[in-house]
Design a protein around this ligand. Sequence first.
Ligand SMILES: [Cu+2]
Length: 393
Amino acid sequence: MPFDRRGFLGRLFASATAPAVAAPPSAVPVPVQTPDLPKLPHKLVDGVKEFTLIAEVIRTSICPGRILDGWGFNGSIPGPLIEANEGDRLRIIVENQLPEMTGIHWHGLEIPMEVDGSVGLGMDPIPPGGRHVYEFTARQNGTFFYHSHFPMQEMMGLIGMFVLHPAQAHTPRVDRDFGFVLQEWDLKPNNPVPNSLAMEFNWLTLNGKAGPDTTPMIVRQGERIRIRIVNMGMDHHPIHLHGNQFFMTGTEAGRRPEATWYAENTIIVGVAQARDIEFDAKHLGDWMLHCHLPHHMMNQMVPMVGPAMHHPVHSKVPGYPQDMWMPDDEIYNDKPENFGLRKGWSGAMMGMMTMVRVVTPQRYDQIEALRKNPPKVTLPKGEAHQHQHGEGK
Ligand SMILES: [Cu+2]
């Protein structure tokens, strides 16, 4: 897509000169979709939105056959999305079902120090079996996150996205709003417990899934899309979108002025940062969205050591083998969002990788029908579809 200079300058000009006109009431923000991740429910108690966040040990699967025994929230690694509005009074009850103390920090929020969650400075640690009530008014909007304020617990998975919506949608209003949490895992063979001391990682996930097990984003051609990405690992991730230029419209500190936007197709999401990108989905296609670090586009990397490296083929061709191609479509084709993908598609999807599928209205309706009435899933042998809740009790 060529850079749409006229459109960009037109918007820039308009934002610089047009009087501030309040958006119509229909322009409320669309809810955020986090593929493969649940949303944390809340109840309204005397005008306060009350959430219960349970830190616990969780067994999950990041790819068929690859179990992760990590730590997360409410049965999910990363934790479920917390979604609320600017101006809301929030009460978040954190229950610690971990075998050790913890404390949860609300990253990027301007709130009193006593509820910031920095253990030691503003509060005591929450002991195992204990609970702590955080209550504050949300005075910002944007993409934030929550995480354990103990670093090794972060590396075990205790992280989640926290979105605060403005009262009226930012302009241009998006039709769809997606959110992803990036994580890294060092999983040794035959050990589902991540090595939290690692500096190198062999499994890379988006919302707790490695490609091709990540669920694609489905959008209709012509819609405007926002994707929010949060990174809480050891590495910075250059996230690349195929076939579409986008604008970075927000950071972990909220919305950026439109005059500062410029076109990109790769954006570095640094550690502890959030990045919002937006684009008009003009081009039909199954467009990859992935970290571009070569190692992060892989699953189950292993060093080239040991007897296998002395095999005759290996000694004739130094460095062989390197890349692999293991399409296994049938494991994933039961997922409605994968309907209609080209044969062999799963061979291309690994590691920190997902897709934006820009589809025709007809294809969109087909996928929607499948989502409402999902096909019967036949899981292959060895599939780890376990989701044990509350193991840490
Ligand atoms: Cu990366």
